[in-house]
Ligand binder design. Structure first.
Ligand SMILES: CC(C)(COP(=O)(O)OP(=O)(O)OC[C@H]1O[C@@H](n2cnc3c(N)ncnc32)[C@H](O)[C@@H]1OP(=O)(O)O)[C@@H](O)C(=O)NCCC(=O)NCCS
Length: 166
């Protein structure tokens, strides 16, 4: 994991145009990607594998709240998503002293929801038509998930440090 640079904007745009990412997320403009880097509350990271960028993770701190805003990887099912979410939880709870970490996932993003649930996030309801696909104009339900500090035990830290990202 390394901090995102302005030069990474082209990679991030390409990443969000990949079919498996585009299926669930809108593609951010270059301006949004770059303005995130200037936002003192936001942290944007590039996930690298053997020196090559393979993903992007953005989180935002609002006092005791940490919002995992977006996560996408070029190749799915290799453990990168699990690694990054555990890394983000460590960053939020162990370093930023967050009390609550939350994120929103489209209701039909079944794989990501399973991943969040496996890591210990709890579903907190459903936002009806909370997401609008900018390409088609269609609305989708969004599912909010959160983890509280008390839900995040030492087990998470131990598991995270033992993970090998390949
Ligand atoms: C969401 C996302 C980042 C998850 O990342 P990922 O790298 O695919 O996640 P993981 O590989 O850690 O876990 C996904 C699955 O792969 C499996 N897996 C983990 N490590 C693996 C490995 N080394 N080899 C094979 N499979 C593995 C996991 O068990 C999990 O299985 P499941 O589908 O049965 O739950 C990725 O799917 C993505 O970019 N999706 C598009 C964008 C998106 O939807 N973002 C979330 C919006 S909030």
């Amino acid at each position: 994991m390394r901090e995102t640079l302005a030069e990474d904007a082209a990679f991030i745009r390409r990443l969000f145009c990949l079919p498996h990412v585009r299926a669930f997320l809108n593609t951010p403009s270059r301006q949004i990607i770059v303005s995130t880097l200037d936002d003192p509350n936001a942290e944007s990271y590039v996930i690298e594998d053997a020196g090559e960028p393979v993903g992007n993770f953005v989180m935002c701190t609002h006092g005791f709240l940490v919002d995992f805003q977006s996560l996408a990887v070029t190749k799915r099912g290799r453990g990168a998503g699990t690694f990054v979410l555990r890394w983000g939880l460590r960053r939020a709870f162990d370093e930023l002293q967050a009390h609550r970490v939350f994120l929103e996932v489209r209701e039909d993003n079944v794989g990501t929801r399973r991943l969040c649930e496996r890591l210990g996030f709890s579903q907190e309801g459903v936002y009806r038509d909370g997401f609008r696909d900018e390409r088609t104009g269609e609305f989708r339900n969004l599912v909010p998930y959160a983890m509280l500090e008390r839900d995040y035990g030492p087990i998470n830290s131990e598991r995270a440090t033992g993970l090998i990202f390949q």
